[in-house]
Write a protein that binds this ligand. Structure first.
Ligand code: ADP
Ligand code: MN
Ligand code: MN
Ligand code: MN
Ligand code: MN
Length: 333
C-alpha cells in the first residue's frame, strides 16, 4: 500500500514569498526523499532551465489527511545541490552552527488576519466594526470571528508535533496570534513556516484567506507583527547579557529593519504598540519600545528579550539569523 506526502516549500515571489505544495504518493516503508518542481512557475527559475530540487527539512504527521500520511517541509536547492538564491534557511543554519556554543533560542508570536471577500473576516460590507478595545482576548459573537479555524489549527499543530505554546485573539477584529517556541534556529523557522502553511490550508476549507500583511487596514487599526523572543545561555544566566544583547541590536538597526518584512514603515509608526522604525529603544515592560524586556525577566535578572519589530510577513529564517549574528557576534568579540 501507499501513503501521501504533502511536499511544502517557500517560493521566490517578491517582496514576500508564497508557500507552495504538491502531493506525492509513496510506497509504505519508503521515506520521503528529495523531489523536484518547475521553478519557472514559482519565480525561482527561467523556463529554459526550470528544474529546482526539494530537500526535506521537517517531516511530520499530516493532521489534515491523518493516518500514515506526512507533511514534508523542504528547502529549495539548485540541481547542483547548492542552496537556491530564494533559500534563506541555509544561511540561518550556518549562523546557528557558528554560534552553537552560545545556545541561541527563539519563541515567535505569529500574528495574522483572516480575510473574506476582500475585507477582514467579520467586518461589515460597508463601514467599520466598533473601534478597537474589546477584541483582544475577547469572547462573544459580536467581538470574535474565526475561532473555529483557530481551534482546528491549534489541534493540527499539536497533532503534527509542532511546539505551539498558545493562541489569542488580537487587538483588531479578525486578527489572531499563535506562539511557537522555545526552539533553536533554524528549527524555529521550520516550525513557523509549517504552522503558517497549516493555517492557510485549514482556512481554505472554511472559504477564508489568511493574510500576513503587516498593516492590513489603514487608520486606527493595529498592524500584524511577529514578535521574536530571544535568549542565549548567557541571557538565561545574567542581566548584563540581557543589556548587552539590547545594546548590540541598537548598533545594527538598519540591517534588521530592512530585513524584517515588507511594509515595515507602514506598521512601525510609533502608534499602535510599536516603536518608530527609525528610532531604536529598549526597556522593561515597554510595548512602545523596539525591544521589550518582560517584567518577569527584570525581576529574575535573567531570561530573554522580545524584539517587537519583525512584521507578520517576515521570514523567520532571516530574522533569527540576523539576531544570532548581531547578538552572538558581539558577545563573541
Ligand atoms: P506577549 O504577548 O506578552 O509578548 P507571549 O506569551 O505571546 O508574550 O509570548 C512569549 C514568547 O516568549 C513565547 O513565544 C515563548 O516561546 C518566548 N520565550 C519564553 N522563554 C523564552 C526563552 N528563554 N528564550 C526565547 N524565547 C522565550
Ligand atoms: Mn506537469
Ligand atoms: Mn503575544
Ligand atoms: Mn500579539
Ligand atoms: Mn509580544
Amino acid at each position: 500500500m501507499s501513503y501521501q506526502a504533502e511536499y511544502i516549500w517557500i517560493d521566490g515571489t517578491k517582496p514576500s514569498p508564497l508557500m507552495r505544495n504538491k502531493t506525492r504518493i509513496i510506497a509504505d516503508g519508503v521515506e520521503p526523499g528529495i523531489w523536484g518542481f518547475d521553478g519557472s512557475s514559482t519565480n525561482q527559475a527561467p523556463g529554459s532551465n526550470s528544474d529546482c530540487v526539494l530537500q526535506p527539512v521537517l517531516v511530520c504527521p499530516d493532521p489534515i489527511r491523518g493516518g500514515e500520511n506526512l507533511l514534508v517541509l523542504c528547502e529549495v536547492l539548485t540541481t547542483d545541490f547548492e542552496p537556491h538564491p530564494s533559500n534563506t534557511r541555509a544561511a540561518c543554519l550556518a549562523a546557528a552552527e557558528l554560534y552553537a556554543d552560545q545556545e541561541p533560542m527563539f519563541g515567535i508570536e505569529q500574528e495574522y488576519t483572516f480575510f473574506q471577500y476582500g475585507r477582514p473576516l467579520g467586518w461589515p460590507e460597508n463601514g467599520f466594526p466598533a473601534p478597537q478595545g474589546p477584541y483582544y482576548c475577547g469572547t462573544g459573537g459580536e467581538k470574535i470571528v474565526g475561532r473555529e479555524i483557530v481551534e482546528e489549527h491549534t489541534a493540527a499543530c499539536i497533532d503534527a508535533g509542532l511546539a505551539i505554546e498558545g493562541t489569542n485573539a488580537e487587538v483588531m477584529m479578525g486578527q489572531w496570534e499563535f506562539q511557537i517556541g522555545v526552539l533553536a534556529p533554524p528549527v524555529i523557522g521550520d516550525q513557523i513556516w509549517m504552522a503558517r502553511w497549516l493555517l492557510a490550508r485549514i482556512a481554505e476549507d472554511h472559504g477564508v484567506v489568511v493574510s500576513f500583511d503587516a498593516k492590513p487596514m489603514d487608520g486606527d487599526w493595529n498592524g500584524a507583527g511577529a514578535h521574536t523572543n530571544f535568549s542565549t545561555k548567557a541571557t538565561r544566566g545574567n542581566y548584563d547579557a540581557i543589556i548587552a544583547a539590547c545594546e548590540a541590536l541598537g548598533k545594527n538597526v538598519d540591517e534588521h529593519i530592512s530585513n524584517y518584512g515588507d511594509g515595515i514603515e507602514r506598521r512601525l509608526t510609533g502608534a499602535h504598540e510599536t516603536a518608530r522604525y527609525d528610532v531604536f529603544s529598549y526597556g522593561p515592560s515597554d510595548r512602545g519600545a523596539s525591544i521589550r524586556i518582560p517584567w518577569h525577566v527584570v525581576k529574575a535578572k535573567k531570561g530573554y528579550i522580545e524584539d517587537r519589530r519583525p512584521n507578520a510577513n517576515a521570514d523567520p529564517y532571516v530574522v533569527s539569523r540576523l539576531i544570532v549574528e548581531t547578538v552572538c557576534g558581539a558577545a563573541a568579540q
